[in-house]
Design a binder for this molecule. Structure first.
Ligand code: VLZ
Length: 134
C-alpha cells in the first residue's frame, strides 16, 4: 500500500522559514506575522489526486493536483508568482517542482511516524515544517 497523506495535520515546528520567505521577496511585515503562525494542513488523497489546504489565522492557501500532471499555480497570498508546477512520487515522498521565475523552487512532503514533514525549497534555501496528526 502506498502512503496515505489524508488527514488533518497540526503545526509542530518549522526551521529556516524566514530565509525561505526572503528568497521569495516577501515583505517584512508579512514575514513577521508568518513566522508566528501555526498553520494546519488538511490533505485529501484519492488515488493520485490530492488537495492540500493550508489554513492559518492570517492567510489560507489551497492547491489541487494529480500526480504527474502539470498545473498552473498562482501562489496567491504567498508571493503571488505564477508557476507551472508538477508533483511526482519519489518512493514514499511527493515532490513538487514549481517552474517559474525563481530557480530550484519546490517542496516535498513525507510522513515519519505520526508526523508530516514539509520541505520548502527556493534558490538554495530550505525550510522544514513538521506537523502532527490531529
Ligand atoms: O504548501 O507551499 O503543503 O501548497 C509560508 C507560510 C509558506 C506563511 C507556506 C503563510 C507554503 C501561511 C505552503 C499562509 C497559508 C505550501 C504546499 C505543501 C502546498
Amino acid at each position: 500500500m502506498p502512503v496515505d497523506f489524508s488527514g488533518t495535520w497540526n503545526f509542530v515546528r518549522s526551521e529556516n522559514l524566514e530565509a525561505y520567505m526572503l528568497t521569495l521577496g516577501i515583505d517584512f511585515a508579512t514575514r513577521k506575522i508568518a513566522n508566528m503562525l501555526k498553520p494546519q494542513k488538511f490533505i485529501k488523497q484519492e488515488g493520485d489526486v490530492f488537495s492540500i489546504q493550508t489554513t492559518s489565522t492570517f492567510r489560507n492557501y489551497s492547491v489541487k493536483f494529480k500526480i504527474g500532471e502539470e498545473f498552473d499555480e498562482d501562489n496567491k497570498g504567498l508571493d503571488n508568482r505564477k508557476c507551472r508546477s508538477v508533483v511526482t512520487w519519489d518512493k514514499d515522498k511527493i515532490v513538487c517542482t514549481q517552474n517559474g521565475e525563481k530557480k530550484n523552487r519546490g517542496w516535498s512532503h513525507w510522513i515519519e511516524g505520526d508526523e508530516l514533514y514539509l520541505e520548502l525549497r527556493c534558490e538554495g534555501q530550505t525550510s522544514t515544517q513538521v506537523f502532527k496528526r490531529a
